[in-house]
Design a protein around this ligand. Structure first.
Ligand code: PGA
Length: 253
């Protein structure tokens, strides 16, 4: 694992943008796994700038998003489709036919999940997977207890997630109860994973992920088995790391 500690969120976003930009420049037809959530927003803002100011070309990349709520249409403002187009894809020159986000409205969810796995394979596999991390150590919607070998499938959202999401919906009946998510095994097949953790809400999860035993109760700990895991954290998220100077952490100049 390559772990880099930065002073703050902005510095993590700068570094993440450098890594993703470099990936696209070196391999214009890269297959990139995108994540939603607040953490990658700074990265996406910078990618948009790199496109506008420096001509970073997204036209040949293929994208696969980690997850989507079941039952929300792509134009619902809480859907991850909506999130990705609003925060990144609408502002760069992605080729829509190469964009893949799980379909929350799929008639046959199981068949869709199998198709999604096949599409990733047909695209040649994911070159670089961007990941956030939940305060409980989840990655995508793989909550504690998820099989570490899991593939894309439907998951029941935890009570905590339902409660957290309720405020975004006028009608409580609309709050999604299920999500389609890449599995932990799907994520591990990516050639590189780039995990971003920022703020004190992530301190315990980062400590467990980098220094704890590998366990399904903290799905992010599986990155310890990945051959090319790159982890970017800020001082707040790194606050309780004991082996900070012993497990490959580099301090930026
Ligand atoms: P966040 O979510 O980026 O909004 O903190 C990360 C996650 O839950 O995976």
């Amino acid at each position: 694992m390559l772990v880099e500690v930065f002073p703050d969120y902005e510095a993590i976003s700068d570094r993440a943008a450098e890594i993703v930009t470099d990936q696209i420049r070196r391999k214009p037809d890269s297959v990139i796994g995108f994540a939603t959530g607040s953490t990658p927003l700074g990265l996406y803002k910078r990618l948009i700038q790199n496109h506008a100011k420096h001509g970073l070309d997204f036209s040949k990349i293929t994208t696969f998003n980690l997850d989507e709520y079941v039952g929300l249409s792509p134009d619902h403002d809480q859907s991850y489709h909506y999130f990705m187009w609003k925060n990144l894809f609408d502002h760069v020159n992605v080729t829509p036919a190469r964009v893949h986000i799980p379909q929350g409205m799929a008639d046959d969810v199981d068949a869709f999940c199998e198709w999604y796995e096949r599409r990733i394979e047909q695209a040649g596999g994911i070159d670089l997977q961007i990941l956030g991390i939940g305060g409980n150590g989840h990655i995508a919607f793989n909550e504690p207890g998820s099989s570490l070998g899991s593939r894309t499938r439907i998951k029941t959202l935890t009570q905590k997630t339902l409660e957290d999401n309720a405020r975004f919906f006028d009608d409580p009946a609309e709050v999604p109860r299920y999500a389609i998510t890449m599995g932990v095994g799907t994520i591990m097949d990516a050639r590189k994973v780039l995990l971003l953790g920022s703020g004190s809400g992530k301190t315990a999860a980062i400590k467990a992920t980098l220094e704890g035993p590998i366990t399904a109760m903290v799905p992010a700990t599986i990155v310890q088995l990945h051959r090319h895991a790159h982890i970017l954290v800020d001082e707040a998220a790194a606050a309780t790391l004991e082996y900070r100077h012993h497990h490959g952490i580099t301090e930026p100049k």
